[in-house]
Unconditional design. Structure first.
Length: 167
């Protein structure tokens, strides 16, 4: 029997959101308590972002840095809404083809939960059998990726262990 390709997939247990710390870091989120996650200009990442629900957990991934990996945790505070940077001609993420009446790009609001005492390194996470299958590792250009229940459970456990080991 062939599965129905239109059947709904289970909602992700959590999300990985990626940012360069020189642009926006988990320390910035900690200081501000909440932020608008905007500027996503990849259609697949945009589609994932639109699926995020209020209350969903987020692993904050630092990329393009000496130690890439999970640097903290957040939570979705506001579900997807049109990304205002797409309409702002002065913003680097401006998209002249995006129409406010039929927006192309979306944002969510993310709240701070915790900053890890050290980044959980990408190499360690990629080597973990419970995490190695994450779409995040197969399609590295995505800045927003879902994590299925088993992978999220493992990632959350690693984050909890890191937080517990903090002095």
């Amino acid at each position: 029997m062939v599965p129905d390709s239109k059947a709904a997939l289970p909602h992700p247990a959590g999300w990985l959101f990626k940012s360069e710390p020189s642009v926006y870091s988990v320390a910035d989120l900690k200081r501000e308590h909440r932020c608008r996650w905007d500027g996503v200009r990849n259609y697949q990442a945009r589609n994932f972002l639109r699926q995020a629900r209020v209350g969903d957990p987020v692993a904050f991934w630092h990329s393009n840095t000496a130690q890439s990996g999970v640097a903290g945790l957040g939570r979705v505070l506001k579900a997807a809404y049109p990304d205002p940077t797409a309409f702002d001609k002065k913003h680097a993420a401006f998209d002249p083809k995006s129409d406010p009446a039929a927006p192309r790009w979306f944002s969510v609001d993310v709240g701070f939960v915790a900053e890890l005492p050290h980044v959980l390194p990408a190499a360690q996470l990629r080597a973990d059998p419970a995490l190695s299958g994450l779409l995040f590792f197969r399609q590295g250009r995505l800045s927003v990726c879902p994590a299925e229940a088993s992978a999220w459970k493992r990632l959350a456990a690693l984050c909890a262990a890191a937080l517990k080991s903090a002095p």
